[in-house]
Design a protein around this ligand. Structure first.
Ligand code: SAH
Ligand code: SF4
Ligand code: F3S
Length: 443
């Protein structure tokens, strides 16, 4: 163990979604002018920050196990300052300070700009909490500073919050009301990223279809895509997530007309039963969902479609579940993220009766995964012998002189090749299909 970490150094452990990863990067940027440098591990850090997720119970529990580990470490190094931020911090606020006496400060999802002050107070011995939910106008610097980014791909948050209130979801409570960043600011940030070598960006928002509604003058997500398409040196634009109820014709047309927009959409279905979709407050029926998928496939026949499913929502019968299975079999998604329902504090669904036993939820989850794996590999097998453009991103985890990248449709491709191809888009002939990846050769 390093007994004397640099006087001001921060190690951030990030849980949850890409938005949290993006926020962790911003926390480092916000603290840098105040003399804090990034630390590679807890042992090298004078400040530890846990950036937390609350979307499912398991995600929240990860914080509590991590706190157990840090408690032991703090016995040996009581001088280490410990902060908890992100979605669990927003949800629990002061309760965290009361329950865990070794936490020094707590900050919410819209408190990032105030972090230097919060941290200074904590270092002066004041245990403090900032979970104010104001609109985050001051969260982003007007002129984004040069990002310290290495790599080929980057996330860029374009909006905060969500107004949808799906009945199972904690996000609107912990991320607040919808709020969009200005297009000029997003563009400048992406130009900076491209100058640092980034070739692909993923635009982040809980519901990108609502982008621009809070801005004066108002703008739209398709207009933003059009604008970003003009950035020289940027090769691919992805986004997540689009809500099926708001997937507009204009956005579907972007997949035809916007050259840099990648051929992939993540369109969370959640359930294949209209009865359950209604209880989830999703705002669409299975028929309208299928219609949007048809239009999308028509606009971009090569595109991949992925989705999220929740099994075991309160009241989900065998019949409801079978309807979900049949939609999955009909739609042939390229990949699925399947979750078993868990209650989140204060959400409408947590108050519903008809909770499904854990064992049933797990059986349903594993059945869907089995069905989807068979579909995924079948979809991937259709790509064998085809030549696809792959943007290489990193040396392959498998080693043996391999590099890995993704197709425009977001399929991971492993292939033997030199590391100097990382950052380049090159044609690859696909030779083998796996469930979650492809193998190919350079041509
Ligand atoms: N804004 C995104 C979703 C973010 S949460 C969207 O609307 O698609 C990511 C996924 O977590 C959701 O799509 C849902 O499938 C899952 N999820 C959210 N709350 C959940 C809960 N209480 N239990 C289980 N899964 C949940
Ligand atoms: Fe949650 Fe629904 Fe908003 Fe997605 S759209 S973040 S699932 S409330
Ligand atoms: Fe989790 Fe918050 Fe993201 S709840 S999924 S970290 S928005």
């Amino acid at each position: 163990m390093n007994s004397s970490p640099p006087s001001l150094s921060v190690h951030i452990k990030t849980f949850g979604c890409q938005m949290n990863e993006y926020d962790s990067g911003r926390i480092l940027k916000i603290l840098e002018p105040h003399g804090y440098c990034p630390a590679l591990s807890y042992d090298d850090a004078s400040v530890i920050i846990l950036n937390t997720c609350s979307v499912r119970k398991k995600a929240e529990d990860k914080l509590y196990s991590e706190l157990g580990r840090i408690k032991k470490m703090k016995k040996k190094r009581p001088d280490v300052i410990l902060g908890v931020g992100g979605c669990v911090a927003q949800q629990e606020g002061t309760k965290l300070l009361k329950r865990f006496p070794y936490i020094n400060f707590v900050f919410g999802t819209r408190s990032l700009a105030r972090l230097p002050g919060i941290l200074k107070r904590a270092e002066a011995g004041e245990r403090n909490v900032d979970t104010e939910m104001n609109m985050p106008e001051d969260m982003y610097p007007l002129r984004p500073c040069s990002p310290q980014t290495s790599g080929v791909t980057a996330f860029v948050t374009i909006m905060q919050g969500c107004n949808n209130y799906c009945s199972y979801c904690i996000v609107p409570y912990v991320r607040g009301r919808e709020w969009s960043r200005r297009p000029s600011e997003i563009k400048e940030e992406i130009k900076n990223l491209v100058d640092c070598g980034i070739r692909e960006v993923t635009l982040l928002g809980q519901n990108v279809n609502s982008y621009g509604k809070t801005l004066m003058p108002m703008t739209t997500f398709p207009e933003l895509l059009q604008d970003l398409n003009g950035i020289r040196g940027l090769e691919r634009i992805r986004f997540t997530t689009s809500h099926p109820k708001d997937l507009s014709d204009e956005l579907i047309t972007c997949f035809k007309n916007i050259e840099k927009l990648a051929s992939h959409i993540h369109l969370p279905l959640q359930s294949g039963s209209n009865r359950i979709l209604k209880k989830m407050n999703r705002g669409y029926t299975i028929e309208t969902y299928m219609k949007r998928i048809d239009l999308f496939r028509h606009a971009d026949p090569e595109a991949a479609i992925t989705s999220d499913i929740i099994v075991g929502f309160p009241g989900e019968s065998e019949k409801d579940f079978n309807e979900t299975v049949s939609v999955i079999e009909k739609t042939c998604f390229d990949d699925l993220f399947v979750f078993h329902y868990t209650d989140r504090p204060d959400t409408a669904a947590s108050k519903l009766s008809g909770k499904i036993p854990y064992k049933t939820k797990l059986e349903r989850l594993s059945l869907i995964n089995k069905i989807q794996n068979a579909i995924s590999i079948k979809n991937n097998q259709k790509l064998v012998k085809k030549t696809l453009s792959v943007l290489f991103e990193y040396p392959s985890k498998k080693g043996n002189n391999s590099i890995a990248g993704r197709t425009s449709s977001n399929k991971v491709v492993n292939c033997k090749g030199p590391v100097d191809l990382i950052g380049k888009t090159v044609p690859v002939k696909i030779e083998k299909a796996n469930v979650h990846s492809l193998n190919g050769v350079l041509i």
